[in-house]
Design a protein around this ligand. Structure first.
Ligand code: C2E
Ligand code: CA
Ligand code: CA
Length: 297
């Protein structure tokens, strides 16, 4: 609505585009109107886009680390890197909000390379401090696999930092597997030769297609927190979790339980013979300095 919604043609078109985007993203058939509420959202989104651009330009995105516990040794043996925006002109921004925006705009591609670079430096720091760790997990979005120079760029970053390839584990979700199957397999096979490991994330939330799991050279499968929570509550998924873990073990895959928050969920995961546990019960995602202290303990 001119001039209430916007005073320029660009502004109006932006509003229309955003309403169309929202309508397409929803599963309902209700009409979408770019009113005051949507305009506020759009403005916040534009601000976040600017913040992300600025952070990429200055390589100033924050990376937190969440330690992962081995059920065999009861020691932290791995950690997952997680993007954070701790500080910005509009305050802290949560990943659930800025990651989808980074994906829609394609900025996630550069962000991932920056995360990888920081992770390499972190691994080197741990090494210098004499902290033994199997590796650090890095999250990859589907978009990453459309980059023809993905392997070159990754290798360039890892080699420039002189970090062992084998200390990097790339986490992908099932939807990445289903969308870019042959690209992912090609990538996995090439990086596998160099020593990089591949882990499947959020298992149980997507298609849970065992076929695609079998065809990909994976090292770990991470069970999504929703399944862990439901199973520990004695739901029917408990049976599934136990049998799935057995199947994955037979396939030579390690199983990670995510979102373990309580003693009960922890005990249950151990009962299921899950290999690795990630969750608030043992450690939250934390800044590099705190992560070093936790990993040293
Ligand atoms: P994800 O890859 O599934 O990451 C695990 C999420 O579970 C993290 O949320 C972590 O903080 C949370 N979590 C871990 N343990 C617990 C627990 O015990 N209880 C609960 N309630 N939550 C737990 P976070 O950091 O907010 O990240 C959300 C999502 O944002 C990630 O989900 C991932 O999809 C995305 N993300 C974060 N960092 C990156 C990144 O560097 N690259 C990409 N592509 N995506 C990222
Ligand atoms: Ca992950
Ligand atoms: Ca996950």
């Amino acid at each position: 609505m001119y001039p209430d919604s916007a005073v320029s043609v660009e502004g109006l078109i932006n509003g229309i585009e955003y309403a169309v985007y929202k309508a397409k993203a929803s599963n309902s058939d209700i009409p979408y109107y770019c009113g005051q509420e949507m305009l506020e959202e759009l403005r916040r989104r534009d601000k976040i886009v600017e913040i992300l651009k600025d952070k990429i330009k200055h390589n100033s995105l924050d990376v937190f680390y969440q330690p992962i516990m081995s059920t065999k040794t009861h020691k932290f043996v791995l950690a997952e890197s997680l993007l954070r925006i701790v500080d910005s002109p509009i305050g802290p921004i949560f990943p659930d909000e800025f990651i989808p925006i980074a994906e829609e705009t394609g900025m996630i591609i550069e962000m991932t390379y920056q995360v990888l670079d920081k992770v390499c430096k972190f691994i080197n720091r741990l090494e210098n401090l004499g902290i033994e760790l199997e590796g650090i997990h890095v999250n990859f979005s589907a978009l990453q696999f459309n980059q023809i120079d993905l392997i070159e760029r990754m290798s360039e970053i890892i080699e420039r930092n002189e970090t062992p390839y084998s200390k990097i584990k790339v986490e992908i979700t099932e939807s990445v597997l289903s969308k870019n199957n042959h690209l992912v397999i090609e990538f996995a096979e090439e990086m596998h030769k160099r020593g990089v490991l591949l882990g499947l994330d959020d298992f149980g939330t997507g298609y849970s297609n065992i076929g695609s799991v079998m065809d990909t050279p994976l090292d770990t499968v991470k069970i999504d927190k929703s399944i862990v929570w439901a199973s520990a509550n004695g739901m029917r998924s408990e049976i599934m979790l136990k049998s799935m873990t057995q199947i994955f073990h037979q396939m030579d895959l390690k199983v990670v339980a995510e979102g373990v928050e309580t003693e009960e969920q922890n005990r249950f995961s151990e009962e299921c013979e899950i290999d690795l546990i990630q969750g608030y019960y043992f450690a939250r995602p934390m800044p590099e300095e705190d992560a070093i202290k936790a990993l040293m303990a």
